[in-house]
Design a protein around this ligand. Sequence first.
Ligand code: FAD
Length: 468
Amino acid sequence: MTGQFDLAVLGGGPGGYVAALRAAQLGARPVLIERERVGGTCLNIGCIPTKALTTSTELLLKARRALEFGLAIPTAAPDLFALMEYKQGSVDALVGGVEHLLKRAGVTLLRGTGHLSAPDTIRVQPDTGDAISVSASRVILAPGSITARPPIPGLDLPGVITSTEALDIPDVPARLIVVGGGVIGLEFACIYEALGSQVTILEMMPTLLPGATDEVVAQRLAILLRRRGMSVVTGAHVEEIVSAGGSLAATYSDGKGVPSRVEGDRVLVATGRWPNTEGLGLAEVGVEMNGRAIDVDEHLATSLPNVWAVGDAVGGPMLAHKAMVDGRVAAENAGGGTRAVDYRSVPNVIFTRPEVASVGLTEAQARQQGADVKVAQFPFSANPRARILGETDGLAKLVCEAGTGVVLGVHLMGPHATDLIAEGALAVQLGATADDLAWTTHAHPTLPEAMLEAALGFRDATLHFSSR
Ligand code: FAD
């Protein structure tokens, strides 16, 4: 296929399909090569199915508290078959939506596994039939990521699963061991906990959510999870997973180096993701790598002049919204633009119970960078809307430059934190000050008032909370 397309995009996840849509808006004739379903990890086995499960399980727990809200709901129990249908229905609707958008935009969708056979050619092997070569003067690589496999013996045992298998819940394990207390591990821990599993989390680092949020927030989340009955072990080096009389056991050394062992019926290994770059022919055609990731500059240009790369495959924050921004940037640059990526306002969002969300610098990072820092915070227990919702755990924390009040970071734990972080992202992106937030009128009674009150705290002027 030569002369038909002027842009080839390899991989139809949030990075690739957004790049194709944006390129089409700019007048290109793109072809999008995808070996599975469009939407990639995010729509099919990541963001969307996990959030469907999170939504259902939260509703389940809320229904069990119905009397607190003056409602009589005699029984609230999961129906696993219906739950799987709801989850898959959510995925299918959104995948169908993206397919529709691509069609309407004039993007050609080519199904098959592609690899770069020359800087301007992708060889595509469809599921059936002969391979074809697609030529395009410009190429955007968006092959995403795969589940990381840590060197722990026993990963192949039946019952040891990754996040992809954890999405299918034919039955609820009585005891779930989660190896990895990062974003994916904790989201599944909360889902399975709500369905009735006794959950043990084994995290290698000293705190949960390493690198994803402020330490204070991570520590408070660990306290809340433990209070609910989860076993949370930090500083745990998992050494092996073994069969143990019909169930499984993980052996590990705890934070003090003491050997320990925990038994479970299923083990979820959630120790991160690796860029999916093997077998794509990248090194052979001269694309420079940075470890497993494709090496790119701030314009997302690779070492080849006509090739850009985006999303999880280039490393950095492995998040769908970051991949989508990358897709827009790469499409514009492939169309002759000179846009640089700006990751200052990429929020981390974690759909635990309660939710956690962060943007910008943590307090520790700001201090390490030499900033004179002033922290202001406000508890959700003093927010009227949170009280009405019956979700009062958590806080809003602003990390500000002491002299100017410029917001360097925002860290939230509490109801709808993943929505509320949008205000923090805007503040960080615009270089807003705590005063800017404090003089922005926030509607009452709403959750964003927690941000307003935290901002007032910068001038020690919080109104609706007194620590004295
Ligand atoms: P991908 O989405 O991985 O897409 C890459 C695509 O390329 C895939 O469709 C793949 O089939 C295709 N492909 C790969 N190689 C080839 C080839 N050789 N030929 C043809 N096609 C190929 N992020 C968030 O922001 N919020 C969340 O709530 C969230 N939850 C998550 C939950 C889980 C369980 C997981 C695993 C991830 C989650 N993520 C979340 C991360 C998010 O899914 C990824 O950051 C995002 O999908 C990356 O987009 P991408 O386009 O770079 O790659």
